[in-house]
Design a protein around this ligand. Structure first.
Ligand code: C2E
Ligand code: MG
Ligand code: MG
Ligand code: MG
Length: 284
């Protein structure tokens, strides 16, 4: 009987795997086409200064406008693109598109806005600083228009090599932020060596504020570490005024989240800047 169960189990498992593989191949070839077909687009989520409430930047977030499936969120294709390496081409497209948009905004007289682009570990190579520099030059952009968000997984490989790449990027004047901070494995002893501007408190911690004492403690501690290391600190996933109030009193510099804005199509983000959207909270 045991054999039967195992045989069934194996049969079921391999069929499952087969389906998984087909699904992956389907998504991968679709994504390859999407890159050439203009099916990818960027949305821009405002980042607000807590101090004066104004928009200080935006995070560019990729979407896949699929002809049948509608708007596909990055969670459904970025992990796969990372596994296959296709994320490098996606990343090239995203940087190109974000800079083209920044140039359009600059020409339209919009005040300077720092656009943050997410960069996967696989894109974080010796070729990246040169590509960033060349792209900024081609679009006639000052480096202050751009920021790169990297995650702790990027920092786990060859630390000296990674720091060398980071140094070359910051030497251009392009800011680096450490995304989803606290969810990965980076060690505090390395943190002091990274030439980063900003720590980004992960949404999983923001969510528990102000009711979960542990999340409050973690968020406060990250803010304190950032202050000590002379980094800026932003909280992502801010959805309530209570969270904003807590973060403000804890000394957080910036916020990003559904409370004030979801990621927006380019035209709507531009309107948000022109209409001077602000976040605000009464002093605690
Ligand atoms: P991330 O870089 O941590 O981006 C933040 C995610 O949180 C975004 O999801 C954003 O829409 C979402 N978010 C922001 N505020 C709130 C909030 O208040 N509540 C909730 N529930 N969610 C909020 P999105 O756009 O689905 O992106 C998911 C992830 O996909 C990103 O996480 C990032 O890791 C990856 N990603 C997105 N665009 C790119 C890209 O161009 N390149 C790369 N390599 N990865 C990307
Ligand atoms: Mg990000
Ligand atoms: Mg994040
Ligand atoms: Mg996150």
């Amino acid at each position: 009987a045991k054999q039967g169960i195992e045989a069934d189990g194996v049969a079921f498992y391999s069929q499952d795997m087969n389906q998984g593989m087909h699904e992956r191949m389907r998504i991968e070839s679709g994504l390859r086409q999407a890159l050439g077909n203009g099916q990818l687009l960027l949305h821009y989520q405002p980042k607000f200064s807590i101090q004066d409430g104004t928009i200080i930047g935006a995070e560019a977030l990729v979407r896949w406008q699929h002809p049948e499936r509608g708007m596909v969120p990055p969670a459904e294709f970025i992990p796969l693109a990372e596994a296959t390496g296709l994320v490098v081409q996606v990343g090239e497209w995203v940087l190109e598109q974000a800079c083209a948009q920044a140039q359009a905004w600059k020409r339209a007289g919009l005040r300077p806005i720092r656009l943050a682009v997410n960069v996967s570990a696989r894109e974080f190579t010796q070729a990246l600083p040169g590509r960033v520099q060349e792209t900024l030059r081609r679009y006639g952009l000052e480096p202050s228009w751009l920021e790169l968000e990297i995650t702790e997984s990027t920092l786990m490989h060859n630390i000296d090599r990674v720091i060398g790449i980071m140094d070359r990027i910051t030497a251009l004047g392009v800011a680096l932020s450490l995304d989803d901070f606290g969810t990965g494995y980076s060690s505090l002893s390395y943190l002091k060596r990274f030439p980063i501007d900003t720590l980004k408190i992960d949404r999983s911690f923001t969510t528990g504020i102000p009711t979960d004492a542990n999340d409050c403690a973690i968020a406060s501690t990250i803010i304190s570490i950032a202050q000590q290391l002379k980094h800026r600190v932003i909280a992502e996933g801010v959805e309530t005024v209570e969270q904003l109030a807590f973060l403000k009193s804890a000394g957080c510099n910036e916020v990003q989240g559904y409370l004030y804005s979801r990621p927006l199509p380019a035209a709507e983000f531009e309107r948000a800047v022109r209409e001077k959207w602000t976040v605000g909270v009464k002093a605690a």
